[in-house]
Every structure is written in structure tokens, then in C-alpha cells.
Design a protein around this ligand. Structure first.
Ligand SMILES: *Cc1c(COP(=O)(O)O)cnc(C)c1O
Length: 377
């Protein structure tokens, strides 16, 4: 199996697993039970992981809230801020190509008296900052724009968006799940007030993530969605997932290596030179180093995946393809239906090799040719 679906999830790095293992057994303490040494050690360990994660984005460790993953982080950012009694504004601006973990909470907020503006994107998946500027009103509470798109890898200019939000006194949330640990992020330089990330997209374990919540300039007010023991400064009750948190901390210390860009380019140029009628979806340069989303003329993406079972790719967002709907992200780029149906996302990771890429390239070229010949005309 050649795994090229890292934007859906990644294998846990063995170094991350090694760091996690003792916290299932010997060091099983509950960090909230500080009246004995097991609990105290667990609490110290969690704080070390908090520092490791905070340092990736230039944050203070006290600004990191542990969650169960980016879906929860996005929900906490949007619904938590919206429900805070401190804020009176009732308008949110976001983008049509956001992950469902942002769009669905926005739809929930619309049923609770909020107005949400869903900005469109151009045919490259890029946002027009003038339109963003014009969408902000004196009623706007928050702007939520993802850093990197999960389906097409397109990067949004979050430093510019952060500056714009600061200028207008609007909170800025970014879903950085796909860019965390891969692209440089500095919450201060980029004017980010809230940021979501998830461990399993960066060679860490599933079921753990974090939300960065700015403590000053401005101090962001966020209401809890889960109530219970008052963990995480009251923002997220529930016993902490210590092994998972240790894993996310360890994953954060492992830098993404630059080799993945060369491999992605090798795959892309290999496919483009081997086949006619292939289009790149999303901006050719303003995108993640590991992602290429390609549409094959006259070929169904799902059939292509079936034709090459040893190559694991995705024909849409893995999270939304469970719904068996054509990609709304590619729809927002203005792609016609056939181009959407013919799309396949290749997303590379730390352990892919040049040999794997060459095998995958050959399989794609061969399978597309076979499917095109077999196609009844
Ligand atoms: C995967 C993903 C999520 C959801 O993360 P989970 O940790 O699986 O809940 C949210 N946003 C983006 C951009 C993602 O890629």
C-alpha cells in the first residue's frame, strides 16, 4: 500500500508512539489529582506538552486549550466566542471552502440569531481581500478563515487577514489543522486570536487537538461548551487525554522536512507529462508542499481509486465523502461537475519515498489510460 492520503490522517511517528507508551501504563495518573505523585507527574507532563505545542506558533502555553481534535476546536472557537455574554455583535464572516467543522457550527449559529457571510473564492481557490474588507461591518464579531485548505492545499494570506481584522477590531480565528507544524505560524506577527489544530494530521495520535485562545491584546472571551470539572481553566471540562497530549507535544517537536515538496512535484510532473487532459485544482504555487489535487478528463475519481487499490488517495474530502456528495470545495472554485467527479487528491507525508512516488505515478498513468480506453463513447 502506498499511502498518499495524509490530509485525511497520518500514521503516528514511531518517536511519538515511544513518548506516549509509558503514559498508558506506569504513568497513568490523572493530572487533576495533584494530591499524589502520579497526578503531579501527569500534570507536569501535560504542561511540557503545552509548551511544545505553544512554541510552534509563538504562543504562551496558558493560551493552549486541549481538545479532542480540530472539530471540537473549531466548534469551541465559533460557538464558544459567539455564546460569550461579553460580546454583543452578531455577524460572522467565513469562506465557502472551509472545512465542515467550521461551516456546520456557523449554520447552527444562524439558527440562533447570528448572520453569517460565506465569501466565495476565485477559480484558484483564493480569497479576494477587498471582498473580505467590504464584508466586515460594525456588527462583525469574528472572521474565520482557514490557513490551508484540506482538499486543494490552497494557503490563505492569514497575516494580511489578521492585520485587517486588528484594524477593524474584529476577532480572527484560523483553522490551521493542515498547516500546523508545516508552514511557519506566529500568532502575534499574524494577528491570530484563535487557532485550531489536530494531532492526527501531523503524525500524532487521533482524538487530541488544541485551540489557541489569545489572552491579551485582546483577551478573547470564550464560553465553555462542555461543563463538568472545570478543567482547562473552565473552558473544556473532562479528564485530559494524557497519552494523546504527550503525543501531540512530541509530534510538535518534530519539524516537517522539506523533502515532501520535491516528492509532490515529482508526482505532479510525472502525471502531467504522462497524460493529456489533467488539470491542477487550486492555486499552483499558493498551496501546501504536500498536496496536489488533479482532475482527469473523462475519468471518474472513484473509479480511478478502485483501479489502483495499492495507492491510497482521496476523491474528495475524506470527511465529507462519507456523505457521497460531490466536493463543495471544488464547486466553490467554479469547477463543472465532470471536473469535480474526475478529481483525486494526493497528499504526501513524512515517510513517503521517491520509489513509492514513481510506482504511484506509473499506476495513475496506466489506470487513467485504461479507463479512458474502456470508456464507452
Ligand atoms: C481534519 C480537519 C479537521 C477535523 O479535525 P479532527 O481532528 O479530525 O476533528 C478540521 N479542519 C481541517 C482543515 C481538517 O483538515
Amino acid at each position: 500500500m502506498i499511502y498518499l492520503d495524509h490530509n485525511a490522517t497520518t500514521p503516528v511517528d514511531p518517536r511519538v508512539l515511544d513518548a506516549m507508551m509509558p503514559f498508558f501504563t506506569e504513568h497513568f495518573g490523572n493530572p487533576a489529582s495533584r494530591h499524589h505523585v502520579l497526578g503531579c507527574d501527569a500534570a507536569k507532563t501535560v504542561e511540557t506538552a503545552r509548551e511544545q505545542v505553544a512554541s510552534v506558533i509563538g504562543a504562551d502555553p496558558r493560551e493552549i486549550i486541549w481538545t479532542s481534535g480540530a472539530t471540537e476546536s473549531d466548534n469551541l472557537a465559533l460557538q464558544g466566542v459567539a455564546q460569550s455574554p461579553v460580546y454583543k455583535k452578531r455577524h460572522i464572516v467565513t469562506v465557502a471552502t472551509e472545512h465542515r467543522a467550521v461551516l456546520d457550527p456557523c449554520e447552527v449559529l444562524e439558527t440562533r440569531g447570528f448572520r453569517v457571510t460565506y465569501l466565495g473564492v476565485d477559480s484558484d481557490g483564493c480569497l479576494d481581500l477587498d471582498r473580505l474588507t467590504k464584508a466586515i461591518t460594525d456588527q462583525t464579531l469574528m472572521v474565520s478563515v482557514m490557513h490551508a485548505n484540506n482538499e486543494i492545499g490552497v494557503l490563505h494570506p492569514i497575516a494580511d487577514i489578521g492585520a485587517l481584522c486588528k484594524d477593524r477590531g474584529v476577532l480572527f480565528h484560523t483553522d490551521a489543522t493542515q498547516s500546523f507544524g508545516k508552514e511557519p505560524i506566529d500568532v502575534h506577527a499574524m494577528g491570530i486570536d484563535l487557532l485550531s489544530a489536530s494531532a492526527h494530521k501531523m503524525h500524532g495520535p487521533k482524538g487530541v487537538g488544541m485551540l489557541y485562545v489569545r489572552r491579551r491584546d485582546p483577551r478573547v472571551r470564550c464560553a465553555a461548551l462542555l461543563h463538568g470539572g472545570g478543567h482547562e481553566r473552565g473552558l473544556r471540562s473532562g479528564t485530559l487525554n494524557v497519552p494523546g497530549i504527550v503525543g501531540m507535544g512530541a509530534a510538535a517537536t518534530l519539524r516537517a522536512d522539506d523533502g515532501v515538496r520535491a516528492l509532490r512535484d515529482r508526482l505532479e510532473t510525472g502525471i502531467l507529462s504522462g497524460l493529456d487532459g489533467v488539470e491542477i485544482n487550486g492555486h499552483p504555487t499558493q498551496r501546501l508542499a504536500n498536496t496536489t489535487n488533479l482532475s482527469f478528463d473523462g475519468v471518474d475519481g472513484a473509479k480511478l481509486m478502485k483501479a489502483m487499490p495499492e495507492v491510497a488517495v482521496s476523491s474528495s474530502s475524506a470527511c465529507t465523502s462519507a456523505l457521497l456528495q460531490p466536493s463543495y470545495v471544488l464547486g466553490a472554485l467554479g469547477c463543472h461537475e465532470a471536473r469535480i467527479r474526475g478529481s483525486v487528491r494526493f497528499s504526501l507525508g513524512r515517510f513517503n519515498t521517491a520509489e513509492e512516488i514513481d510506482i504511484a505515478t506509473a499506476q495513475v498513468v496506466e489506470s487513467v489510460r485504461a479507463l479512458r480506453t474502456a470508456r464507452p463513447t
